[in-house]
Design a protein around this ligand. Sequence first.
Ligand code: NIG
Ligand code: FE
Length: 420
Amino acid sequence: MNLRQNSEHDWDQLWIGADIATMAAGAGSYGTLTQAALATKGERIAWIGPASDASRIAATQHIPVHDVSGSWMTPGLIDCHTHLVYGGNRVAEFEQRLLGASYEQIAAAGGGIQSTVRATRDATSVDLRAAAGARARRLMAEGVTTIEIKSGYGLSLAAEQRLLETARALEHDLPVSVRTTFLGLHALPVEYRDDRRGFVDAVGGPWLEAIATAGLADAVDAFCESIAFTVDETDRFFRAAGRLGLPIHVHAGQLSDVGAARLAAQHRALSADHLEYLDAPGIEALALSGTVAVLLPCAYFTLRQDHPPPVAALRAAGVPIAVATDCNPGTSPCTSPLLAMAMACTLFGLTPEEALCGTTCNAARALGLGADRGTLEVGKRADFAFWAIDRPAELCYSLGANPCVGVVHRGQFRSELPCA
Ligand code: NIG
Ligand code: FE
């Protein structure tokens, strides 16, 4: 008889001695367990409890025991909004903006998203994959174990498919989990300059169907904004996504409030993202639909905006708040989730606990993965990060430091990364 298989404590590995910020709901500040231990079985968390109990149980088993005393352990970070796969960069526009041009003016002159579309279409698949991989590694070095990646810089069916395939391929290249999003309505491509209706019909029709059939997208997204797509156009696209059972994210209220958050709520979207411009009915609608508000402070910072999202009202209404990098070449050339957390605190007024919840439990929820990851609880994915810090708030405090000293993804230690 195999005693280990029949044991109540059937563990593969044990991590012992850390203070653990489980981020579990109702478990006190940060869900903290001091002097604790966590055991894994395969890619799942099998046990969490006091280090003293773990030592006793481990003495009866022959498993690897990792002494992580002195470190803090958190859920692996989840970057729930990125545009990681793109060609070129927009440093010239960055310079133009500092010389006085606005984001909207540059977009109207054919720059902005369109300039990244040109660079992305021109890039080879090998180059796209390598550049996205390099950016993913930087996120991973700061404890990220799941990355959401949007398309949206292809704007033809083939080019969008290539971006989604590249995003999926990263999961094979690197020890990280990827969720893909078809950002079908990002900008109107030049080929459809005189046929908006035709473009929206194509995106929500044959394009979406081909992408869904190939299993290339876990969700859809649209840029519903004065300079992009209207509420009606976005609604048509989301209806088509709903018919195919695809969940919804939306770029809402980044530059103005056109009612995108209310539309998101009507479609029971997983998330509404940006939300600098959001009225009271929009907040109420998000609260009722359980849609996560994803805040993107690095985009706000890069665009030098001065109208922060209504955090106090979102909090009062009970809207779950997540935080992400929005890594993209135009508005947020950022590959640091820790910087996004720091900015969410300093620029938007989140508490450090809200910011960490924003890149763990609420980020998981924003991707529809709340039951599987985002907190450290028995049965959830064994995705976690170790930090050389004295208290969790330090993750939001240091600017430019990276206290990540190790990461476990699906129960496996990521030793090949710079942080390990
Ligand atoms: O999240 N707002 C739309 N999409 C991106 C920016 C795209 C770009 O400027 O390239 C964002 O900010
Ligand atoms: Fe974005």
